[in-house]
Design a protein around this ligand. Sequence first.
Ligand code: SF4
Length: 381
Amino acid sequence: MMITDLTKSELYIHIPFCVKKCLYCDFLSFPADEKTKERYIEALCDELLFIGSERCDKPLRSVFIGGGTPSVLPAEHMVRVMNVVKERFTLEDDAEITIECNPGTLDEEKLTAYRACGINRLSIGLQSSHESELKSLGRIHNYEDFVRSIRMAEKAGFDNINVDLMSGLPGQSASSFEETLRKVCTLSENIKHISAYSLIIEEETPFGQMYEDGRLDLPDEDADREMYHMTSRILKEYGFERYEISNYARKGYECIHNIGYWTGVEYFAAGLDAASYYGHCRYTDTPDMEEYLKDPLAGPVLIEKLDQQGLISEYMILGLRLISGVSVSEFEKRFKTGIFDVYGREIDRFISDGLLEHCEDRIKLSEKGLDLANFVMRAFI
Ligand code: SF4
């Protein structure tokens, strides 16, 4: 699973619509009327047809339909998108095809249609099992909606489900977070993956303003650390192994799409503000909806060429996010230079400080290094 296969590509499809904006969210997402959604799908399919015919010449090992909340769309829109993908791209037989969903936007018809058109993985945003915490985030659902979604998903045949959770929320305590973790772990055998992120306060959001005004009742630093440390301990009890700083999976269910991203696999992307990475360049589509709807093939509004040092630096920073770290031999094969020739000084220093470990072919963060990951990674920029 962790092996980088550069003969394959990945595809990301962005759906920017949500029922309403959560108070902490700075993603490009917003509510929209049905007409706009229809026009968007039209434009998106045109862009996918183009990418499939003119750009992507490798088989896809994964497709990720993200957002926003892709599950706000009527089922037929998603079927249409998937039909274009199947028609114009080569999908590996065991390709992982994920759709992001939110409780409160799923029903049996949508889930059955997803399964029938080839989607085989769901990523459901729960964040917390507590009503008061969900309310404080401005989420549209409660825990019962989530349980209903899981049961409907199982009935539709989904056996590979990710759940997103958050810690460090207003009003959250270590014990309420522990309760959320245990509830999710025991709810269903089909929950195979958990992403657990800490809340980040983004300036340009209502939470940013509330924080400025001193109106956010956030957990103190000790409680925050306690939640961080309990996550891997509790998830391990239920068979979820940590394989990335914030991601945990049952054996064999690590997210193929994200591993590709962390190990430098090329990816193509379609949709508003979507970013592709291939040929050592990153290409970003327009973030302006009207512009995108007018001409989805207008080409990227931003092109970033990564030079050798940029590629190396990105490879190290993303690779160290993985618990298994970076492969010394793969680094050499890819960059035609040794990892110690480029970063010998940094690696030696962090090993003697106990923050990095060198085990056989891999350089990885130690337990202590995981706590100070941002500090370590800064040295590789
Ligand atoms: S559902 Fe997700 S993408 Fe939509 S507003 Fe909330 S956090 Fe943002």
